[in-house]
Design a protein around this ligand. Sequence first.
Ligand code: 6PG
Length: 262
Amino acid sequence: MPQPLKIVYHVEPDADALTQRAARYFVEAAEAAVKARGRARIALSGGSAPKPVYEALADRSQPWRERMPWDKLEIFFVDERCVPPDHKASNYRMAREAMLDRVPLQPAQIHRMEGELEPEAGASRYESELRNSFRLEGAESPRFDVIQLGLGTNGHTASLFPHSAALHEFGRLAVANLTDAEQPWRLTLTAPVINQGRDVFFLVSKGEKAEVLRDVFLGPRDPERLPSQLIRPAGGILTLLLDKAAAALLPAADASGRGELI
Ligand code: 6PG
């Protein structure tokens, strides 16, 4: 039986409000990690939803850039498409252009997945990168401070696609995964690694996600079809940051926009 999970969701009226909410969430989660452990190890996703948030974090005219403890951050990636880092589909490229190149981060603080390598080699390299950065021994798993996830209309998260081999990987930290997406080979953290994250949150916008959000979080358990159901953080809490359109089929939030599912 899976451990009980409390899902806390926050619903914002529109895309701009969601971007602001998510930027604040990143900053506050990083501040909390730095206060508790002296640094914040953050894993970023690709996709369209986080891009405006990365841009907001880097924007000098918004409060987030000043507040973010950049010198205490270590940036990792949740997943990557198997393409070179300058390819338009590269998650690293998106994050670099939206944020990483525009903020005071040193190259050594950024740990990208090497999508240009042969997929298995890229996955092994990232696994070694994680082992070294987190100083892991034996079967230890990294504990990221913050992990940001997206949700695909087919129920995928990270590059854990429906009916793909990576769903059955419990021993490794990062794997190569063959998917039916446009860039079929992907590198991805595995679900057990994501579940060790201290603060794991989904960022989901747009009405096209309303049905799958409902199915993943309220529907019957079927992680083969809906891999996002594999995400059950060990700390027992999962956060969803949503816009109104995406949240349309969840139980109504309270006046402050907060809802809870158990
Ligand atoms: C990727 C992602 C992926 C993404 C979802 C949601 O590389 O594509 O990391 O898991 O988060 O597909 O993407 P959107 O934000 O574009 O809806």
